[in-house]
Design a protein around this ligand. Structure first.
Ligand code: GLA
Length: 377
């Protein structure tokens, strides 16, 4: 159980920046990260004594940086992000953000629920992407510090008004980021609603385990525990087929270098401009946590295991990264980051055979993803 320790907030304000020589950093530190319109944006730093450090800001409930050790013990940031708020306000492709109300695409921005048809903003060709024009990634969330027996945590909350971005019902969404003593970052989403609505919540971090975002991610190895994936049409909407990965460039049941087949003459790779697809995770049952993927960077020795209760994994190889926006010293170019978005399948509200994404009053949506870091020789 997580216990609120709000009193830490006042005491901690950036104390970790100049810790007394032999003192460990405080588990949670908070500081101002600027202003979005008339709202203050805060940044929280979670530290585990010998392990990883995560920074989370209230704009978009965004994972801004995540430092983990390489095989020499060197701490480096393994997610794409900026040191200041401005580039995020100018517009970034969901760097580290909490994406909602519906992560991924809804065909033609339209769905029918309980006999009523809803039209959402079309912000990605004909489709609605990642919650619309101003999704949860562009909202200021409230935050409270928590401390669980396992380690420090921050819980962020956003209340999405009924009708916002075209969705029915007032949705209360929470995301809790927590560090364990085992070099793991846990990301837990929860939601409740006042009227039936589609819900799909996901973190959109771009990983580059080398710690050097000038390198591409093509030499990272990835294993994905999925026997099937959802092929797409030209607008990246699933066709509805659950296609076996066997014998295709989508078979990552054994670790493969990401770049080894990405340029294959394959219709699905052409449509995705590389990998930008949902894998159907092998799960013993709905909501049962399983290892979805293992990502390894042979260069730094960093390895990340992704465990999740979610049924799907959108593996996206940064095919639309083009170096913009550029922050101070940061240029994020083509394929210098990859996303592992644990989530429900794209366009689920229009695909009755996919796992259901409709949340109704009285129900509670909950999904947990755990990123565990280790090093390999
Ligand atoms: C998701 C989508 C991609 C792209 C990125 C943001 O991962 O699947 O096609 O839109 O978000 O650039």
């Amino acid at each position: 159980m997580l216990l609120a320790t709000a009193c830490l907030a006042a005491a901690a304000a950036f104390a970790y920046a100049a810790p007394a020589s032999d003192k460990a950093p405080p588990p949670v530190a908070t500081a101002s990260f600027g202003r979005a319109g008339d709202r203050n944006v805060e940044i929280y730093t979670l530290s585990s004594a010998h392990g990883i450090e995560a920074r989370i800001m209230t704009y978009g409930a965004t994972l801004v940086s995540l430092k983990t050790p390489d095989r020499a013990g060197r701490m480096q940031n393994v997610v794409l992000g900026f040191d200041t708020l401005e580039p995020y306000l100018a517009g970034v492709p969901y760097f580290g953000a909490s994406v909602g109300r519906f992560a991924n695409r809804i065909a033609n921005g339209r769905f029918t629920l309980d006999g009523k048809t809803y039209q959402l903003p079309r912000n990605d060709g004909p489709n609605s992407l990642h919650g619309g024009t101003r999704g949860f990634d562009k909202r200021v969330w409230s935050a409270e510090q928590l401390e669980s027996p396992g380690g420090p945590a921050v819980r962020l909350t956003y209340v999405s008004a009924a009708g916002e971005e075209g969705y029915p019902g007032e949705l209360t969404a929470h995301v809790t980021y927590g560090l364990g003593s085992d070099n793991a970052l846990t990301i837990e989403f929860e939601a409740t609603t006042t009227a039936a609505t589609p819900v799909n919540l996901a973190n959109h971090a771009y990983f580059n385990l080398s710690g050097d975002p000038r390198r591409t991610i093509l030499d990272h190895l990835i294993a994905i525990s999925a026997d099937r994936f959802t092929p797409v049409d030209a607008t990246l909407i699933p066709t509805g087929e659950l296609r076996p990965v066997a014998g295709t460039a989508f078979d990552f049941r054994r670790p493969q270098a990401i770049g080894s087949r990405i340029a294959d003459n394959d219709e699905q790779l052409r449509l995705g401009h590389g990998y930008d697809h949902n894998w159907v995770l092998n799960q013993p049952g709905p909501g049962v946590a399983t290892v979805a993927a293992v990502l390894t960077d042979p260069h730094s020795g960093r390895e990340m295991e992704v465990r999740t209760t979610q049924p799907g994994l959108q593996f996206y190889t940064g095919n639309f990264l083009d170096g913009k926006p550029a922050g101070a010293g940061s240029v994020f170019s083509y394929r210098t980051g990859l996303c592992l978005e644990t989530q429900h399948f794209p366009d689920s509200p229009n695909q009755p055979a996919f796992p259901a994404t409709i949340l109704r009053p009285g129900q509670r949506f909950s999904a947990t993803t755990v990123l565990t870091f280790r090093v390999v020789k």
